[in-house]
Structures are given as C-alpha cells and as structure tokens.
Design a protein around this ligand. Structure first.
Ligand code: B16
Ligand code: MG
Length: 217
C-alpha cells in the first residue's frame, strides 16, 4: 500500500514548546516549594496536561495531597502562564526544515495533518502562520485518550479520508511512537536513537527529511 498522508506531532517536531511548558511548570513547582529541573521536564514531553501535573507533584513528593478541584486549579494556573509565553511566539520559532517538508509532501500530492496532545495547538499554529499547510488539525481538544493511545492519529487518518496503513507519523516522544505503531502507521522518530525505540526510521529533525523518499516507504 502506498503512502498518502503525513501526520506531524507539534511539540518537538515542528516547534520547541517544551521550553515554555518547562518555564510554566517550574513556576508552579516554585510556588509549591520545590525545584523542578530540566531533566524532570523530559518526562513531560508528549504527555497530557493532567498527567504532567501528576508527574510534577510526584517529583515534589506531593502526589495524592490535593483534591481534584485543587489539581484542576493548578493545571489551569500553569496553562495561563504557558499561554502568556506562547502568545508571543512567531514564525522565527518554526524548527529548521519544517516548511520545506510540509511544502514538499503537498507538492507530491500527499495530505498533511497535525496530531498533537496540546489543547493549545491551534493558537501555536496560528502564531507560526502554519494553519494553511494542514489538511486536518487534531489536537487535545478533539481527543479523549492520551498517547500512547492511537486515537489522535486514527482521528487524523479519518479526517483525511485515508487508511492508517497509508500514513506516516513524525514523533519526538516515545508515547507518540507507540501511538503511531498501534494505529498501524509508519513511525518516524525525531530525536536521538539512545532516547527512543520501536520506530521505522529516525531523523534528527525535519531538515533531514527527503519527502520523495518518505513517500516511497
Ligand atoms: P497543553 P505534543 C504535548 O504536545 C507536549 O509535548 C506536552 O508536554 C504537553 O503536556 C501536551 O502537549 C499538552 O499540552 O497543556 O498545551 O494542552 O508533543 O503532543 O504536540
Ligand atoms: Mg512531541
């Protein structure tokens, strides 16, 4: 079966929003009275907002100490700070190779979709002026199950009118690679071989991608 669609994760593939997530989570940790390091932040990549909060509280030894309402309030507070940071983003923050890649795939007649866990994906794509390059945008507002569940990518394939076997996914997070594989898609890891496993191919960034080669996978 030939490749007809390409699905892209957002954070870590198209843009580095992890640094803004980190600033906001660290601010929350400081308020709660503990340090949250950049190494700790690695555990939050590709993970949903509420699961990220649980991991943060676990790092601070505070997991289980708050009610659901308090947890929701903390997540909201973090998100408000995060939104303050990403509102200032512009095209200069698009990761190297992204535009050529999106244009290249579309020139070959392939469809493109975003498959992100973030509820803020739309705002980010708007600021980066990337919305017109996607035929479908599936984000955290449209999903009910977090990666490694394949839901986000299956919804992407459905929105594009293609079958999962005709899709290739670009992902930087282990949970995302697992989501792509359990959706029955090809997974291209974006990152370092020592950090990731279970992918079909690995690249350092989209700047290494040759759309014509990927279309032949
Ligand atoms: P939000 P992705 C993910 O984006 C981030 O990697 C992860 O750190 C974040 O917690 C998650 O989105 C939810 O984001 O709080 O904005 O809804 O990699 O799936 O594009
Ligand atoms: Mg990611």
């Amino acid at each position: 079966m030939s490749i007809r669609a390409i699905l892209f994760d957002l954070d870590g593939v198209i843009v580095d929003t992890a640094k803004y997530h980190y600033l906001a989570w660290r601010r929350l940790a400081q308020e709660l009275g503990f340090e949250f390091t950049e190494k700790d932040n690695e555990r939050l990549k590709g993970v949903s907002r509420m699961r990220s909060l649980e991991i943060l509280l676990e790092v601070g030894g505070l997991l289980g100490k708050f009610s659901e309402e308090e947890m929701n309030r903390m997540a909201e507070k973090k998100n408000n700070w995060y939104v303050e940071y990403i509102t200032k983003m512009d095209e200069s923050e698009i990761l190297k190779g992204t535009l050529d890649c999106l244009k290249g795939f579309r020139a070959l007649g392939l469809k493109t979709a975003l498959g992100s866990a973030s509820k803020n994906a739309r705002l980010i794509l708007d600021n980066l002026k990337l919305v017109p390059y996607f035929d479908a945008i599936i984000d955290g507002t449209k999903t009910s199950k977090a990666k490694p569940d394949p839901e986000v990518f299956l919804l992407g394939a459905q929105a594009l009118g293609v079958s999962p076997e005709e899709c290739v996914v670009f992902e930087d997070a282990q949970a995302g690679i697992e989501a792509a594989k359990s959706a029955g898609m090809k997974a291209i890891a974006v990152g370092r071989p020592e950090d990731l496993t279970g992918y079909d191919l690995i690249v350092k960034g989209l700047y290494e991608v040759n759309p014509a080669e990927i279309a032949k996978l």
